[in-house]
Design a protein around this ligand. Structure first.
Ligand SMILES: [Mg+2]
Length: 254
């Protein structure tokens, strides 16, 4: 660890006039990243994976009352399952619940092994379709020379599967039993990094579950907003949360 790290500050470039803050944040010693829509485009790979899952069911001759099995329909069931989920349910549990609903609506027995098979099809296709955002590999490579890096995610995440081997630890909802915005998720990451939470910067695309939650847990926070300034930008600015448009702004840490 270079001696300059303890003296580093974070003059992250603000995005838009509503976020025109100039004061640096306190020193950091490690960086935690959200995964979905921070390191890669979850929506693009999801669309491919859910369509492939639907195609598999159609190939097996399954159909639902009122129409063919489509990715759009499976996505709708995901929304229904999300709304019906118990608080704290993992994304894997919700996804499997949506597949159970799909099989039942198709008049099929939703045996656990059948649901698990659908989940495997979905996951393997999703991983194959997943691509990091354009700047991610270069930025992580540069930051990893100066900081230990971590992932803190509510998803089912293995960054190495998309070629991102820069992380010393991954804290996920499945293995930790917690989910963001639960502060214990962030504390688990800090513990694994061996760094006091106050000296960990968490970066993520969800204003509430990443930026506000990380700060509430005692970490530093930076909100990644790839969509451009809007109402949430004003909320972020009002809360004193720094906003960046892509991860290259983090290179100013060095
Ligand atoms: Mg995210």
């Amino acid at each position: 660890m270079p001696s300059s790290r303890a003296e580093s500050s974070i003059p992250v470039t603000p995005v838009g006039p509503a976020t025109a803050q100039t004061s640096p944040l306190p020193p950091i010693a490690a960086i935690s990243f959200d995964a979905d829509d921070t390191l890669w485009d979850f929506g693009a790979s999801f669309a491919v994976a859910i369509a492939a899952t639907a195609g598999r069911l159609r190939a097996e001759g399954l159909c639902r009352p009122g129409g063919p099995v489509t990715g759009e329909w499976l996505a709708e069931l995901w929304t229904v399952a999300s709304a019906a989920a118990e608080p704290g349910a993992t994304l894997e549990a919700i996804r499997k619940a949506s597949f159970t609903m799909a099989l039942e609506e198709c008049g099929q027995p939703a045996r656990p092994e059948r649901v698990a098979e659908m989940f495997t099809t979905y996951n393997e296709t999703r991983w194959a379709a997943m691509k990091p955002f354009p700047e991610v590999v270069a930025v992580l490579g540069a930051l990893a020379e100066h900081y230990p890096l971590a992932v803190t995610t509510n998803g089912n995440t293995d960054p190495a599967k998309v070629g991102l081997d820069h992380f010393s630890c991954v804290t996920s909802a499945n293995e930790s039993g917690y989910q963001k915005p639960d502060p214990r998720m962030f504390h688990r990451t800090a513990e694994r990094l061996g760094v006091d939470p106050a000296h960990v910067l968490h970066v993520g695309d969800h204003l509430a579950h990443d930026a506000l939650a990380a700060r509430a847990a005692g970490l530093q926070a930076c909100w990644l907003n790839r969509l451009g300034p809007g109402a949430e930008s004003r909320a972020a600015a009002a809360a004193g949360i720094r906003e960046i448009a892509d991860l290259t702004a983090l290179l100013q840490l060095r």
